[in-house]
Design a protein around this ligand. Sequence first.
Ligand SMILES: *[C@@H]1O[C@H](CO)[C@@H](O)[C@H](O)[C@H]1NC(C)=O
Ligand SMILES: *[C@@H]1O[C@H](CO)[C@@H](O)[C@H](O)[C@H]1NC(C)=O
Ligand SMILES: *[C@@H]1O[C@H](CO)[C@@H](O)[C@H](O)[C@H]1NC(C)=O
Length: 224
Amino acid sequence: MDREMTNADLKLTRDTGLGTSSSPSLPQDVCQGPTWHQFVLKLACTGFILLALTIIGLRVSVIFLKQKSSTEKSSVDVQEKRNETTEKSSLLKCPMNWYPFQERCLFFSHTNNPWSDSLAHCFTQESSLLLIQNQEELVLISNLTDNSLLFWIGLKFILPEKKWKWINGSFLNSNILQITGETKENSCAYLSSAKVVSEYCETENNWICQKELKSIRNKGCPDS
Ligand SMILES: *[C@@H]1O[C@H](CO)[C@@H](O)[C@H](O)[C@H]1NC(C)=O
Ligand SMILES: *[C@@H]1O[C@H](CO)[C@@H](O)[C@H](O)[C@H]1NC(C)=O
Ligand SMILES: *[C@@H]1O[C@H](CO)[C@@H](O)[C@H](O)[C@H]1NC(C)=O
């Protein structure tokens, strides 16, 4: 052990360029003297060295344990993050050919149908015809469409109330959304160029379906 320390010291002094040829090792100097004296001193030295080694050993194992627990913890963190992102991406994923819009997925048809067939198509896709909250949303959604096309939405003029009614059962609040065009029996609403327009329901138009992102996660909707 003494030799090791001396070697280390020599190496150190050589590396730093400060050393001389004489050994600077302190324990060796202290452990010299008359024979019995030397023996006691050697014993004390050995005890001291053992104590020092024990302390070093304990410190090393504490450091090791700390590192181990922190790597374990971080691998748990990574796992949790991965679970989180998996959930999020399945939560936010719209089926193929559906466009994410706020909390919804929207489908813009490429074919034409009367209003009732459009309604039925959305129903088979576990969705409904588009519902619009306000003017701002109307503009945003209209901006996603080809303005030369007319898209049926989930709004119909009903009798005997003679009122516009959303397919979710609520009546239209005409302060929030204005209907353009003549309103009469058997009228349905389409969206085009940021306007909601009244039109005979048997007319064949494109249409927009919507579904909540939430329900996609719960039901695992099929791609369409
Ligand atoms: C992550 O998900 C897997 C399987 O879905 C599960 O076994 C594991 O316990 C989850 N981990 C955490 C940290 O939630
Ligand atoms: C139905 O949809 C309209 C338009 O988006 C909305 O204003 C109304 O609050 C909805 N009604 C219900 C009961 O969800
Ligand atoms: C419509 O979309 C275009 C890009 O496609 C964007 O530059 C523009 O600001 C949008 N307009 C509105 C009113 O959202």
